[in-house]
Write a protein that binds this ligand. Structure first.
Ligand code: NAD
Length: 307
């Protein structure tokens, strides 16, 4: 069965999603919506047989299985609500900047028996899933501390840096720890003179005294996507910018030493968006949504609101 996709928003991120649906044998991009004619013309070159509209209300919902919403964040809620009546929906992160609206979309999806997915790409990455297993089987002892540095990204004017970049950290933490912090502290400010807060320092405390530090900033000359996981017996670094060696394990020489031995494991380096597309296919086919079913979005949005 090939599922038909309508994609809304063909700007920076939309083409990346479109490419991954195109590369899948299980989906076909039936129509693309963008209010910019210039961007629709770019899409036409790659998807010559698709339909093209400038308004999402032109989509014939009866011909579509999955609607993918990759428009600016301020439109996510209204568009998702509109399509959840009749279609499964994938929305770009952040789903909405408002907890009540996120909870309402979750209720809508359940009430209408339609699946709601959100693109938090890192929870579909081989590197994060590698660390997830290590935490689960306690391979290197207790997890003591996590530090995450996420810097440089396009500046947004409808969401601040926490909703834009911090959402990745909070979704990763929720996924690997399956819990929320018991203490949340955040310091946000403007480095550049722009509308939204562009830099944030976040401190979280999880159960078992696990401490988390997150630095998010749009203002940086270099792109940084680095997380350090500090265990009793090893430190694991996860660098999503590395093409192959994303995970490095620094094993402690012995208990009392501060020297480490480096190990670079083989991990799945397939594109996270491709894994997300496969997850969506299986979910629609089996009418299940194991990652998002248990209030994943509500849980994340609660933490983001507190920050
Ligand atoms: N998951 C990720 O890692 C990731 C990365 C980048 C962006 N995003 C998210 O994707 C979304 C889009 O970001 P972007 O960087 O692609 O933005 P963008 O501005 O580059 O693209 C948005 C596109 O939507 C179109 N658009 C605007 N209003 C519209 C409307 N009412 N109807 C139809 N089309 C409309 C614009 O013309 C543009 O082509 C944001 O919510 C952002 O947070 C997610």
């Amino acid at each position: 069965m090939i599922y038909k996709v309508a994609l809304i928003g063909y700007g920076y991120w939309g083409p990346k999603l479109a490419r991954n649906f195109l590369n899948s044998n299980n989906f076909e991009i039936s129509c693309i919506v963008d209010k910019s004619l210039n961007n629709l013309n770019k899409a036409k070159k790659i998807f010559p047989t698709s339909k093209f509209y400038q308004n999402h209300k032109m989509i014939n919902v009866n011909e579509i299985d999955l609607v993918v919403i990759c428009s600016p964040t301020k439109f996510h809620y209204e568009m998702a609500k509109f399509f959840l009546k009749s279609n499964h929906v994938l929305v770009e992160k952040p789903l909405s900047l408002n907890l009540k609206k996120v909870a309402e979309l979750e209720r809508w999806s359940k009430k209408n028996n339609k699946l709601l997915f959100v693109d938090y790409p890192f929870i579909f990455s081989g590197s994060i899933n590698f660390v997830y297993k290590i935490i689960k089987n306690k391979k290197f002892g207790k997890l003591l501390e996590i530090e995450s540095f996420r810097e440089q990204a396009p500046i947004r004017n409808d969401a601040n840096v926490v909703w834009d970049l911090g959402v990745h950290d909070i979704s990763i933490l929720k996924y690997i720890l399956n819990s929320n912090p018991i203490m949340v502290r955040g310091l946000k400010y403007n480095t550049a003179k722009i509308k939204m807060k562009d830099t944030a320092y976040i401190n979280l405390l999880y159960k078992n005294n696990l401490k988390v530090f997150i630095k998010n900033s749009w203002i940086s000359p270099t792109k940084i996507r680095l997380i350090k996981f500090k265990f009793q017996n090893a430190i694991i670094t996860c660098d999503e910018n590395e093409p192959l060696y994303k995970i490095k394990i620094y094993k402690k020489d012995n208990k009392n030493s501060s020297r480490y031995k480096l190990e670079i494991p083989d991990i799945d380096i397939s594109e996270p968006l491709y894994n997300l597309v496969n997850y969506i296919y299986k979910s629609i086919k089996k009418k299940q949504n194991p990652i998002f079913d248990k209030n994943f979005n509500v849980s994340i949005t609660k933490v983001l609101e507190k920050i």
